[in-house]
Design a protein around this ligand. Structure first.
Ligand code: F6R
Length: 235
């Protein structure tokens, strides 16, 4: 795996947008695996800028997101569907019918997990999967555990994740405690993986990519991926 260190969040975002934009140019019908959170905000803003400049065309692109909170509908401003619409999908010419996230409000979550797994498989798995990383090493919402979960599954979020996510909610009791996430299977089947990490993640990046491969640090499995790139910002 490659670890590229850059000096700022702006450079991280520009480089990630170069790589994702390059993927779209090389294959206008590619499947992009996407992430939410603070880390990709700059990347999405850069992609929007390039679209507005006429440099990128998303009309044939399909997207699959990693995860969604359980209990939130897509029109809830805290949902990841809302985040993606607001930060990327509504600002470029992607066909919204080709943008996919798990449905966190589905009445039968087990059926929803099976549906989403089958959907991602039917698209042929992501050509490029964008990832952030939690301070505890989670990717998607694959939290530290004794085993790796291959398939889409529901997960009780780790205390540290709930605490980290609470910055985006007005009241602590509104922070979702469970989520539905792609498993590490789909992430490992992505043809390319791009993980972006801000300077505050330097410690966990060191543990995940220079330490043992273990489900206690879920991102560490990326050491076994055949085409994984990490961009780490130094400030
Ligand atoms: C979000 C996701 C999470 C985040 C991670 C880092 O879709 O899958 O794994 O990437 O929690 O979040 P930020 O970027 O907010 O630090």
């Amino acid at each position: 795996m490659r670890i590229i260190q850059v000096e700022s969040y702006e450079k991280l975002s520009a480089l990630a947008a170069d790589i994702i934009g390059g993927q779209v140019l090389l294959n206008p019908h590619c499947v992009l695996g996407l992430a939410t959170g603070s880390s990709p905000l700059g990347t999405y803003a850069d992609l929007v800028k390039r679209y507005e400049q006429g440099l990128l065309d998303f009309s044939g692109v399909r997207t699959v997101n990693l995860d969604e909170y359980c209990g939130l509908t897509g029109d809830d401003p805290q949902s990841y569907r809302y985040f993606m619409d607001h930060n990327l999908f509504d600002k470029v010419n992607v066909d919204k019918n080709n943008t996919h996230l798990p449905d966190g409000s589905a009445p039968d979550m087990q059926a929803e997990c099976a549906r989403y797994e089958a959907l991602v498989e039917s698209l042929g798995w992501p050509d490029l999967q964008l990832l952030g990383i939690g301070h505890n090493g989670h990717i998607g919402f694959n939290e530290p555990e004794d085993v790796f979960h291959a398939a889409v599954h529901t997960v009780k979020l780790a205390e540290s994740t709930i605490k980290a996510n609470s910055r985006l909610f007005e009241r602590p009791e509104d922070v979702p405690t469970s989520a539905v996430t792609m498993g590490v299977g789909a992430i490992m089947k992505a043809k390319r993986v791009l993980l972006i990490a801000g300077a505050d993640k330097a410690g966990i990046v060191e543990r995940a990519f220079h330490g043992p491969v273990t489900p206690q640090v879920p991102a560490s499995i990326l050491q076994l991926h055949r085409d994984a790139t990490v961009i780490l910002s130094m400030a």
